[in-house]
Design a protein around this ligand. Sequence first.
Ligand code: PLP
Length: 370
Amino acid sequence: MKNYHTPYYLIDQTQLLHNLKIIEAIRQVSGAKMVLALKCFSTWDVFNLIAPYLDGTTSSSPYEARLGYETFGKEVHAYSVGFSAQDIRRVRSIASKIIFNSISQLKQHQQAVASIPLGLRINPGISYSHYDLADPARLYSRLGVADLAQIHQVAPMLSGFMLHFNCENADFANFTTALAEIGERFGELLQSPQIQWLSLGGGIYFTNPHYPIMQFSELLRDFATKFAVQIYLEPGEAVITNSAELVTTVVDVMYNEVDIAIVDASIEAHMLDHLIYRTSPKLTTPESGSHRTIIAGRSCLAGDIFGEYYLKQCPEIGTQVRFADAAGYTMVKKNWFNGLAMPSILVRDLDGTIRQVRKFYYRDFKSNLS
Ligand SMILES: Cc1ncc(COP(=O)(O)O)c(C=O)c1O
């Protein structure tokens, strides 16, 4: 492999393909359609590998919708917590479906998008989230409509519904119970003649090892048959899980009661979600052992710490440190804090060849503001 300068994100197409084959099997057995949640992963260089295995993309903004339209193709689901009139003008020529977050949004924009299939986000109040911050059923949630009577009133304007209530949910039993509850509470609504589809959102970890893919597929298929709806899933994490690393190099080692290795990246700028949720990325390199080491970033933030690890030895300056699972909610959130060098993007193709698909320069940092 050519010696690429760190830091860089490295996406592995072979691992991606492993996830995609699982998706293919689920789609075939269940009849469910899947749209990639661009909020999780938008690195479009690898969309030519992903697109044949999915049915399109789903978005949280007009820019994401446009990216899906331009780089992925197929169906474009346009959702936003709050569309402006300008946003609607932007998405209406490219969206296959527009999904509103509230009844007032639906009523505000319905006339402008009358010819497009419309959906409404339901908030079923069911939650599978380890974090309040990411819980759509949290107190005073603004994500979707909870009042069933109000939903019934506007149902004639709609062709489907979206609900998103899972988050990192690898528990099939829990999903089965939740789906049964959804069937009971919303079954009548789904059986309205004009309602054709139901999106169950994302957050289901069906590409995890040991997930009961067949049972899951059959459950989706039976639900779709019972309520005569096309099921959609909106996976993000499940598509790209374990398919990328953030590769860094140790630039300094300090000691303050414990060894501290400083790498040429930053958790604040390059793996922000871990800082938000107070988690630590796993390391793929160096090897683990019994030597307590803090791995820290090089921004000025006092808490720019990737984590505390037990390694074989304290890594020396020049050692590579590779963080696992750097694709989901990671590359989409990278930022220019401190003007730190932005990790380039490399892709390992199916034949093992590594390509650098994006490099960032000072001019990118400068043009980010004015
Ligand atoms: C509405 C909606 N759909 C899909 C997703 C994708 O979830 P995940 O990446 O966990 O599969 C999310 C994540 O927040 C979401 O809010």
